[in-house]
Design a protein around this ligand. Structure first.
Ligand SMILES: Nc1ncnc2c1ncn2[C@@H]1O[C@H](COP(=O)(O)OP(=O)(O)OP(=O)(O)O)[C@@H](O)[C@H]1O
Ligand SMILES: [Mg+2]
Length: 288
Protein backbone atom coordinates (compact mmCIF):
# COMPACT_ATOMS: atom_id res chain seq x y z
CA UNK A 1 0.00 0.00 0.00
CA UNK A 2 1.14 3.54 -0.72
CA UNK A 3 2.47 5.47 2.28
CA UNK A 4 1.31 8.76 0.75
CA UNK A 5 -1.43 9.27 -1.75
CA UNK A 6 -3.36 12.25 -3.05
CA UNK A 7 -6.83 12.09 -4.58
CA UNK A 8 -7.98 14.94 -6.82
CA UNK A 9 -6.01 17.33 -4.62
CA UNK A 10 -6.47 21.03 -5.42
CA UNK A 11 -5.58 24.18 -3.54
CA UNK A 12 -6.64 27.75 -4.16
CA UNK A 13 -4.93 30.72 -2.47
CA UNK A 14 -6.98 33.82 -1.57
CA UNK A 15 -10.31 32.26 -2.56
CA UNK A 16 -13.06 34.86 -2.95
CA UNK A 17 -10.66 37.76 -3.67
CA UNK A 18 -9.33 39.25 -6.91
CA UNK A 19 -6.01 37.52 -6.06
CA UNK A 20 -7.54 34.04 -6.29
CA UNK A 21 -4.90 31.61 -7.50
CA UNK A 22 -5.21 27.88 -8.15
CA UNK A 23 -1.77 26.72 -7.06
CA UNK A 24 -2.29 22.98 -7.50
CA UNK A 25 -4.97 21.46 -9.64
CA UNK A 26 -6.31 17.91 -9.36
CA UNK A 27 -3.17 16.10 -8.25
CA UNK A 28 -3.32 12.30 -8.11
CA UNK A 29 -0.09 10.70 -6.98
CA UNK A 30 0.89 7.65 -5.02
CA UNK A 31 4.22 7.21 -3.23
CA UNK A 32 5.37 3.84 -1.95
CA UNK A 33 7.29 3.29 1.27
CA UNK A 34 11.07 3.61 0.82
CA UNK A 35 10.86 5.49 -2.47
CA UNK A 36 13.02 8.53 -3.19
CA UNK A 37 10.92 11.00 -5.15
CA UNK A 38 12.42 14.09 -6.74
CA UNK A 39 10.00 16.96 -7.46
CA UNK A 40 10.95 19.44 -10.16
CA UNK A 41 9.10 22.23 -11.90
CA UNK A 42 9.35 25.84 -12.93
CA UNK A 43 9.12 28.52 -10.24
CA UNK A 44 5.47 28.94 -9.19
CA UNK A 45 4.46 25.51 -10.53
CA UNK A 46 3.06 24.46 -7.15
CA UNK A 47 5.84 22.34 -5.64
CA UNK A 48 5.88 23.98 -2.21
CA UNK A 49 2.10 24.13 -2.06
CA UNK A 50 1.91 20.42 -2.84
CA UNK A 51 4.45 19.30 -0.22
CA UNK A 52 2.82 21.45 2.48
CA UNK A 53 -0.31 19.34 2.00
CA UNK A 54 1.52 16.08 2.59
CA UNK A 55 2.01 16.73 6.31
CA UNK A 56 -1.25 18.59 6.85
CA UNK A 57 0.22 22.08 7.02
CA UNK A 58 -2.19 23.23 4.31
CA UNK A 59 -5.71 21.82 4.07
CA UNK A 60 -6.96 20.92 0.58
CA UNK A 61 -9.50 23.23 -1.05
CA UNK A 62 -10.79 19.99 -2.55
CA UNK A 63 -9.60 16.39 -2.66
CA UNK A 64 -7.76 14.35 -0.06
CA UNK A 65 -4.31 13.37 1.16
CA UNK A 66 -3.94 9.87 2.56
CA UNK A 67 -1.24 8.58 4.90
CA UNK A 68 -1.16 4.77 5.00
CA UNK A 69 -4.62 4.82 3.42
CA UNK A 70 -6.23 7.20 5.94
CA UNK A 71 -7.29 10.79 5.22
CA UNK A 72 -4.76 12.93 7.12
CA UNK A 73 -7.48 15.49 7.88
CA UNK A 74 -9.98 12.90 9.13
CA UNK A 75 -9.41 13.85 12.79
CA UNK A 76 -7.31 16.26 14.86
CA UNK A 77 -5.47 13.33 16.45
CA UNK A 78 -4.55 11.81 13.12
CA UNK A 79 -3.37 15.16 11.73
CA UNK A 80 -1.12 15.44 14.78
CA UNK A 81 0.27 11.93 14.26
CA UNK A 82 0.96 12.75 10.62
CA UNK A 83 2.80 15.98 11.59
CA UNK A 84 5.40 13.82 13.33
CA UNK A 85 5.41 10.96 10.82
CA UNK A 86 5.83 13.19 7.79
CA UNK A 87 8.65 15.63 8.50
CA UNK A 88 8.78 18.71 6.29
CA UNK A 89 11.78 20.98 6.01
CA UNK A 90 10.77 24.28 4.40
CA UNK A 91 12.42 26.22 1.63
CA UNK A 92 15.14 28.39 3.29
CA UNK A 93 14.57 26.78 6.71
CA UNK A 94 17.47 28.68 8.31
CA UNK A 95 15.18 31.69 8.65
CA UNK A 96 13.12 29.69 11.08
CA UNK A 97 15.85 28.92 13.58
CA UNK A 98 14.95 30.80 16.73
CA UNK A 99 16.26 29.03 19.82
CA UNK A 100 19.30 30.19 21.79
CA UNK A 101 21.40 27.12 20.98
CA UNK A 102 21.71 24.63 18.15
CA UNK A 103 20.82 21.84 20.59
CA UNK A 104 17.53 23.50 21.55
CA UNK A 105 16.64 24.13 17.93
CA UNK A 106 17.14 20.49 16.96
CA UNK A 107 15.29 19.40 20.14
CA UNK A 108 12.19 21.47 19.32
CA UNK A 109 10.40 18.75 17.29
CA UNK A 110 11.19 15.81 19.62
CA UNK A 111 10.06 17.95 22.58
CA UNK A 112 6.70 18.59 20.94
CA UNK A 113 6.35 14.86 20.42
CA UNK A 114 6.38 14.49 24.20
CA UNK A 115 9.59 12.47 24.46
CA UNK A 116 11.56 12.28 27.73
CA UNK A 117 14.71 14.42 28.21
CA UNK A 118 16.87 11.33 27.70
CA UNK A 119 15.08 10.33 24.50
CA UNK A 120 15.27 13.91 23.25
CA UNK A 121 19.02 13.92 23.81
CA UNK A 122 19.42 10.62 21.95
CA UNK A 123 17.40 11.93 19.01
CA UNK A 124 19.30 15.23 18.90
CA UNK A 125 22.73 13.61 18.99
CA UNK A 126 21.79 11.08 16.33
CA UNK A 127 20.32 13.74 14.04
CA UNK A 128 23.34 16.05 14.51
CA UNK A 129 25.62 13.17 13.65
CA UNK A 130 23.58 12.42 10.51
CA UNK A 131 24.00 15.91 9.17
CA UNK A 132 27.67 16.09 10.18
CA UNK A 133 27.38 18.72 12.94
CA UNK A 134 30.15 18.35 15.51
CA UNK A 135 29.19 18.01 19.18
CA UNK A 136 30.85 21.28 20.14
CA UNK A 137 28.52 23.11 17.78
CA UNK A 138 25.46 22.11 19.78
CA UNK A 139 25.99 24.78 22.43
CA UNK A 140 26.55 27.58 19.94
CA UNK A 141 23.91 30.05 18.91
CA UNK A 142 22.50 29.06 15.50
CA UNK A 143 23.10 32.66 14.42
CA UNK A 144 26.87 32.20 14.72
CA UNK A 145 26.91 29.48 12.09
CA UNK A 146 27.58 29.66 8.34
CA UNK A 147 24.71 29.39 5.85
CA UNK A 148 25.45 25.73 5.10
CA UNK A 149 25.67 24.87 8.80
CA UNK A 150 22.39 26.61 9.56
CA UNK A 151 20.76 24.62 6.81
CA UNK A 152 22.09 21.42 8.36
CA UNK A 153 20.73 22.41 11.79
CA UNK A 154 17.29 22.97 10.27
CA UNK A 155 17.38 19.60 8.51
CA UNK A 156 18.59 17.90 11.71
CA UNK A 157 15.57 19.38 13.49
CA UNK A 158 13.26 17.47 11.15
CA UNK A 159 15.33 14.28 11.12
CA UNK A 160 15.34 14.34 14.95
CA UNK A 161 11.63 13.48 14.90
CA UNK A 162 12.63 10.31 13.01
CA UNK A 163 9.81 10.75 10.51
CA UNK A 164 8.73 7.86 8.29
CA UNK A 165 8.58 10.29 5.39
CA UNK A 166 11.18 13.04 5.09
CA UNK A 167 10.28 15.95 2.80
CA UNK A 168 12.82 18.62 1.95
CA UNK A 169 11.84 21.70 -0.05
CA UNK A 170 14.90 22.88 -2.01
CA UNK A 171 17.43 21.70 0.59
CA UNK A 172 20.45 22.80 -1.45
CA UNK A 173 19.15 26.14 -2.78
CA UNK A 174 21.61 28.99 -2.39
CA UNK A 175 24.51 26.82 -1.17
CA UNK A 176 27.93 26.59 -2.83
CA UNK A 177 28.70 23.41 -4.85
CA UNK A 178 30.46 21.75 -1.93
CA UNK A 179 27.60 22.53 0.45
CA UNK A 180 25.18 21.17 -2.14
CA UNK A 181 27.08 17.89 -2.50
CA UNK A 182 27.36 17.45 1.27
CA UNK A 183 23.63 17.87 1.78
CA UNK A 184 22.67 15.77 -1.19
CA UNK A 185 24.94 12.87 -0.05
CA UNK A 186 23.65 13.23 3.49
CA UNK A 187 20.03 12.86 2.36
CA UNK A 188 20.87 9.78 0.35
CA UNK A 189 22.73 8.22 3.31
CA UNK A 190 19.77 8.96 5.52
CA UNK A 191 17.41 7.15 3.19
CA UNK A 192 19.68 4.14 2.78
CA UNK A 193 20.37 3.71 6.48
CA UNK A 194 16.82 4.28 7.74
CA UNK A 195 14.74 2.96 4.82
CA UNK A 196 12.59 6.11 5.08
CA UNK A 197 10.60 7.50 2.23
CA UNK A 198 12.24 10.70 0.98
CA UNK A 199 10.71 13.47 -1.11
CA UNK A 200 12.98 16.26 -2.30
CA UNK A 201 11.98 19.38 -4.20
CA UNK A 202 14.97 20.43 -6.28
CA UNK A 203 16.01 22.75 -9.06
CA UNK A 204 19.06 20.63 -9.68
CA UNK A 205 18.48 18.05 -12.39
CA UNK A 206 21.87 16.56 -11.44
CA UNK A 207 20.73 15.89 -7.86
CA UNK A 208 17.43 14.43 -9.01
CA UNK A 209 19.12 12.18 -11.56
CA UNK A 210 21.68 11.00 -9.05
CA UNK A 211 19.40 10.15 -6.15
CA UNK A 212 15.74 9.84 -7.07
CA UNK A 213 13.99 6.62 -8.02
CA UNK A 214 10.99 8.54 -9.37
CA UNK A 215 10.54 12.08 -10.62
CA UNK A 216 7.44 14.22 -10.28
CA UNK A 217 7.41 17.06 -12.78
CA UNK A 218 5.00 19.88 -11.94
CA UNK A 219 3.81 22.33 -14.57
CA UNK A 220 1.40 25.18 -13.79
CA UNK A 221 -0.13 23.39 -10.83
CA UNK A 222 -0.57 20.09 -12.64
CA UNK A 223 1.40 16.85 -12.82
CA UNK A 224 3.26 16.69 -16.12
CA UNK A 225 5.16 13.44 -15.47
CA UNK A 226 5.43 11.09 -12.52
CA UNK A 227 7.63 8.18 -13.48
CA UNK A 228 11.21 6.84 -13.48
CA UNK A 229 14.24 9.11 -13.98
CA UNK A 230 15.08 7.68 -17.42
CA UNK A 231 11.52 7.96 -18.68
CA UNK A 232 11.24 11.58 -17.53
CA UNK A 233 14.58 12.72 -18.96
CA UNK A 234 13.82 10.99 -22.28
CA UNK A 235 11.12 13.67 -22.77
CA UNK A 236 13.78 16.27 -23.46
CA UNK A 237 11.72 18.43 -25.82
CA UNK A 238 8.69 18.62 -23.56
CA UNK A 239 10.87 19.46 -20.56
CA UNK A 240 12.45 22.36 -22.42
CA UNK A 241 8.99 23.50 -23.54
CA UNK A 242 7.88 23.82 -19.91
CA UNK A 243 10.99 25.73 -18.91
CA UNK A 244 13.01 22.83 -17.55
CA UNK A 245 16.05 21.00 -18.73
CA UNK A 246 17.84 17.70 -18.48
CA UNK A 247 21.12 17.39 -16.55
CA UNK A 248 23.93 19.26 -18.33
CA UNK A 249 25.82 16.07 -19.05
CA UNK A 250 22.69 14.51 -20.62
CA UNK A 251 22.34 17.60 -22.83
CA UNK A 252 25.83 16.98 -24.22
CA UNK A 253 24.93 13.42 -25.21
CA UNK A 254 21.62 14.48 -26.78
CA UNK A 255 23.64 17.03 -28.77
CA UNK A 256 26.23 14.42 -29.83
CA UNK A 257 23.43 12.11 -30.97
CA UNK A 258 21.82 14.88 -33.02
CA UNK A 259 25.21 15.43 -34.70
CA UNK A 260 25.19 11.82 -35.84
CA UNK A 261 27.28 10.12 -33.14
CA UNK A 262 25.98 6.75 -32.09
CA UNK A 263 25.79 7.42 -28.35
CA UNK A 264 23.28 6.67 -25.62
CA UNK A 265 21.26 9.64 -24.42
CA UNK A 266 20.28 8.19 -21.03
CA UNK A 267 23.50 9.43 -19.45
CA UNK A 268 23.06 11.36 -16.20
CA UNK A 269 26.38 11.31 -14.40
CA UNK A 270 29.99 12.07 -15.28
CA UNK A 271 30.91 8.44 -14.51
CA UNK A 272 28.35 7.13 -17.03
CA UNK A 273 29.52 9.72 -19.54
CA UNK A 274 33.11 8.58 -19.23
CA UNK A 275 32.15 4.95 -19.80
CA UNK A 276 30.10 5.82 -22.87
CA UNK A 277 32.84 8.00 -24.39
CA UNK A 278 35.48 5.32 -23.80
CA UNK A 279 33.20 2.83 -25.58
CA UNK A 280 32.73 5.23 -28.50
CA UNK A 281 36.45 5.95 -28.83
CA UNK A 282 37.26 2.21 -28.65
CA UNK A 283 34.77 1.42 -31.40
CA UNK A 284 36.33 4.09 -33.58
CA UNK A 285 39.81 2.76 -32.90
CA UNK A 286 40.86 5.93 -31.11
CA UNK A 287 41.58 4.01 -27.91
CA UNK A 288 43.19 0.64 -27.44
N1 LIG B 1 0.70 32.60 0.26
C1 LIG B 1 0.35 32.71 -1.02
N2 LIG B 1 -0.67 33.54 -1.38
C2 LIG B 1 -1.06 33.64 -2.68
N3 LIG B 1 -0.50 32.96 -3.69
C3 LIG B 1 0.52 32.14 -3.39
C4 LIG B 1 0.99 31.97 -2.04
N4 LIG B 1 2.00 31.08 -2.04
C5 LIG B 1 2.16 30.70 -3.34
N5 LIG B 1 1.27 31.34 -4.14
C6 LIG B 1 1.14 31.16 -5.59
O1 LIG B 1 0.82 29.80 -5.86
C7 LIG B 1 1.55 29.32 -6.99
C8 LIG B 1 2.39 28.13 -6.58
O2 LIG B 1 3.36 28.57 -5.65
P1 LIG B 1 4.42 27.58 -4.97
O3 LIG B 1 5.16 28.38 -3.96
O4 LIG B 1 3.73 26.35 -4.52
O5 LIG B 1 5.36 27.24 -6.22
P2 LIG B 1 6.80 26.55 -6.26
O6 LIG B 1 6.76 25.57 -7.39
O7 LIG B 1 7.17 26.05 -4.92
O8 LIG B 1 7.76 27.77 -6.69
P3 LIG B 1 9.31 28.05 -6.36
O9 LIG B 1 10.11 27.17 -7.30
O10 LIG B 1 9.48 29.50 -6.68
O11 LIG B 1 9.55 27.73 -4.93
C9 LIG B 1 2.37 30.52 -7.50
O12 LIG B 1 1.65 31.12 -8.54
C10 LIG B 1 2.45 31.44 -6.31
O13 LIG B 1 2.54 32.77 -6.71
MG1 LIG C 1 8.72 26.51 -3.64
Amino acid sequence: MAIIQTENLSYVYSEGTPFRKTAIDNINISIEEGEFVGIIGHTGSGKSTLVQHLNGLLKPTSGRVLFNGQDINSSKEFTRTVRFSVGLCFQYPEYQLFESTVYRDIAFGPKNMGLSEKEIEEHVLKAADFVGLKKEMLNKSPFDLSGGEKRRVAIAGVIAMEPKVLILDEPTAGLDPQGRDTISDMIDNYRISTGSTVIVVSHSMEDVAKNASKVLVMNRGKVEFFTGVKEVFSNYERLVEIGLNVPQITGIFIDLKSRGYDVRTDIYTVAEAKKELVRLFRERGALK
